[in-house]
Design a protein around this ligand. Structure first.
Ligand code: HEC
Ligand code: HEC
Length: 356
């Protein structure tokens, strides 16, 4: 037993030394490292507004209330925050969340924090942006589960106060309570949910914002090739890639019935097992991991990434450094997300089912 540990220890030391030698050979000084990191990741914006999707105080205030309101759903129990809980960094801790009438979702719930930085929404990129995501959630059977948009809008209008808030947020619209404005308001709120972290302080010029282990992890993240896919201000979220470049992912994650990814959306054989590269911001706070929530800890998720994406067997020390770097991406929860808003008072009114 002790001999085995000793041998493993030596192997670990040798590979750590080899890793060190490799990074010395690459010869990046501390200032070169930060320059390369700035080029690879870029600057986190203050918010994620666009010309088409502006952030106004009225939209954000309304969108924040809507995000936390369960009374628009089919069974009165499902709000956005049911699966994107502030206390769990806008996830729910389940492999696959439960929606209206406890219907199971086919995939894991990613965080909504910084989500609008990404080029598409959802694991398979089947939503263009956070607005399309919010709109379709209303009628998604394992989400809000409403039978149609008209039912959802009738529920909103029945709660005294919302019509006035929609009118304020969308001045000039003669009938402002629409599925698009539901989406625009929630989208505006989501576009404010940016979480700057110690890594951003580091990119901004404060070298001491990262510990030694985090520096080593950042270096390895770029040199081993993780940042070939996880780059830009979201540290991911900019491209589609195959999950399982070097070997089938399910051999490592152990899932029985692999999700075919974007192939099921496009029917293009080139999209088999292709998923959106997720943003890794706050990733240390959002287990379980992967599109199916099949891996419950960050250490294993990193090991599997090394194996199936890069064909590399990472040592425990390397995985530890990478995990340290990823932990430096944990930001502070925005105040208006951490604290629940007060909603207009009204009891949930069950919608009569079509049959009566
Ligand atoms: C029943 C659980 C549930 C509810 C309710 C829910 N979501 Fe989600 N959310 C998910 C799941 C699961 C996914 C991933 C779906 C996929 O990729 O196929 C997701 C994905 C997202 C994404 C995309 C994130 C990314 O990285 O691609 C955003 C944004 C989002 N949800 C926001 C919302 C908003 C806003 C609401 C309310 C209108 C909402 N969600 C309601 C479970 C839920
Ligand atoms: C070839 C592109 C590629 C490379 C290289 C890559 N990744 Fe990934 N990464 C992905 C994709 C795609 C996913 C989503 C997999 C899925 O469908 O669940 C992912 C998921 C992850 C996740 C899980 C995120 C979550 O929220 O569930 C972590 C953590 C991660 N990668 C870290 C790394 C690390 C560390 C490296 C380097 C050792 C790395 N990745 C290399 C493409 C890549």
């Amino acid at each position: 037993m002790s001999r085995k540990i000793l041998v493993l220890g030596i192997v670990g030391a040798v590979s750590a030394a080899a890793g060190l030698a490799a990074s010395m050979a690459a010869g990046r000084s501390a200032s070169e490292l930060v320059a390369q990191a700035r080029e690879t990741f870029g600057e986190l914006p203050k918010d994620m507004a666009t010309a088409e999707h502006p952030v106004t105080p009225e939209r954000v205030e309304l969108g924040r209330k809507l995000f936390f309101d369960p009374r628009i759903s089919a069974d009165g129990a499902v709000s956005c925050s049911r699966c994107h809980l502030p206390a769990l960094y806008a996830t729910d801790g389940l492999a696959k969340p439960l929606g209206a009438h406890d219907r199971a979702n086919p995939r894991n719930a990613p965080t909504v924090l910084n989500a609008a930085l990404q080029f598409k929404a959802h694991w398979r990129g089947d939503r263009a942006d956070v607005e399309e995501q919010a709109k379709k959630a209303l009628i998604g059977p394992p989400s809000f589960g409403d039978p149609d948009y008209a039912t959802a809008m009738a529920k909103l209008k029945a709660i005294p106060g919302y019509e006035q808030m929609f009118a304020k947020a969308f001045p000039g619209d003669s009938d402002p309570v629409t599925p698009d404005n539901w989406a625009n308001a929630i989208g505006a709120y989501e576009r404010t949910l940016v979480t700057p972290s110690r890594f951003d302080e580091y990119l901004g010029g404060n070298e001491n914002a990262l510990s030694d282990g985090e520096h080593r992890g950042l270096r390895l993240f770029m040199e081993a090739g993780c940042s070939g896919c996880h780059n830009g201000p979201g540290v991911g979220g900019g491209t589609f890639q195959k999950f399982g470049v070097k070997e089938d992912y399910w051999k490592e994650t152990g899932v029985g019935a692999p999700d075919k990814g974007r192939f099921d959306v496009t029917k293009d054989p080139a999209d088999l097992y292709v998923f959106k590269v997720p943003s890794l911001r706050n990733v240390a706070m959002t287990p379980p991991y992967f599109h199916d929530g099949s891996v419950d800890n960050l250490h294993d998720a990193i090991r599997i990434m090394g194996k199936v994406q890069l064909g590399k067997t990472l040592s425990d020390a390397e995985i530890g450094d990478l995990a340290a770097f990823l932990t430096s991406l944990t930001g502070k929860l925005p105040d208006d997300f951490a604290e629940a808003p007060v909603l207009p008072a009204a009891g949930f009114k069950p919608q009569p089912s079509p049959g009566g």
